[in-house]
Design a protein around this ligand. Sequence first.
Ligand code: ARG
Length: 442
Amino acid sequence: MQDYEHFIGSFSFDIRLAESDIVGSIAHAEMLTKTKIISTRDGKRIISGLKLILKDLKRGWKIPREEDIHYAVEKELIRRIGPVGGKLHTARSRNDQVATDLRIYLKQEIETVRDLINNFQKTLVEKASDNIDVIMPGFTHLQPAQPILAAHHLLAYAWMMQRNKDRLLDCYKRTDTLPLGSAALAGTSFKIDRQYLAKLLDFSNISENSLDAVSDRDFAIEFVFCVSMISLHLTKFCEEMILWLNPAFNYITIGAQFTSGSSIMPQKRNPDCAEVVRGKSGMIFGDLIALLTMAKSLPLAYNRDLQEDKLPVFDALDNIKTCLEVINKMTDSLKFVKDKTLKSAKKGFIAATEIADYLAKNNIPFRTAHGIVKDIVLYCQKNSKTLEELSLEEYNKFSPMFKKDIFVHLDFENIISMKASYGGTSKKSILRQIENIKRNLK
Ligand code: ARG
């Protein structure tokens, strides 16, 4: 190996693309044979040589190191079948080859990540169904705002995950364009058949412009953006799990295996898994920035900078796969502490909006009603009372419009069932949401 070959090479990380590379090469050899660019005899020798290398790799055999995986496979082929192996690289360059390999690889992985999201969604839906009657405070600014069903909160994440799945599907469509046949940058004078290649490799489209095809890494960047978005959503979820596990909240419990003890404070159970998933976002967002920065300002067409796309893509991919698996299992172990969430909902005057709505429905302008209820809350705070504890007489001191039925409006189950607007937190709406999201699940 020459002095800087290791530095400029990519073997240590693009070895991951070995299978995609060989699959791409087999298709290329088949195309070269079909178009009679190489003879059937040579084509057959090349293809069976490649298949053997793939078989050996799958058995755990280590291919000798070269500058990159493309050279490694080609050299190994020549070692095994002789100089005829050198015909494989006819009408092809490593530039269209590497772009093809990465697309083949990512198309599979996009499907894997979508499946993992799907599993997480299923768990969320299951938890929502199992806890359909659990009442908790909904927050804005992390301050108690209005009572909601815990199921509504969980389903919010199921919908975020649905968008992530859709986004990945969209990314898949753009990844599904085959660059092979663009050669180094200008196309080739050999009479190749790119449509045939696309058919063999199961690509929906072939690229229209060879310069664009060999330099385009948009799909990889887009993939890492999709991953970043999933990661972002997971940090929100983890943050809430961490809060809810805090004894001050005590809303939930999770399996002990997702927590760890402290080396000094015997009483502690720390929510480490949720914390690590939250922390992994740093690397994942970093991967996105790394890719954007690597790709910016590059003149057409291929530049060696592009080789550096793989590490961030693989890193983001590996991390999100583990994060989704861990979070899915952790969520599966989640149990609500029903009386704690309800007790917490009873603090913080979260029925106040309901009282204002009650007055507004009795023809008092909402703004005036808002002022009246604000005074009621102040009165409660001064007299250490909750809204439910006030008598009708006390309510009437603030407005004659209050009738006995005001107390019905203070009942949490009622408050929630009245939020029957489409997408609201009523049980009816939750059941509809569950039905609708299930249509998106495999
Ligand atoms: N290892 C290279 C990469 O990953 C393959 C392409 C090399 N092309 C070149 N013109 N040097 O990008």
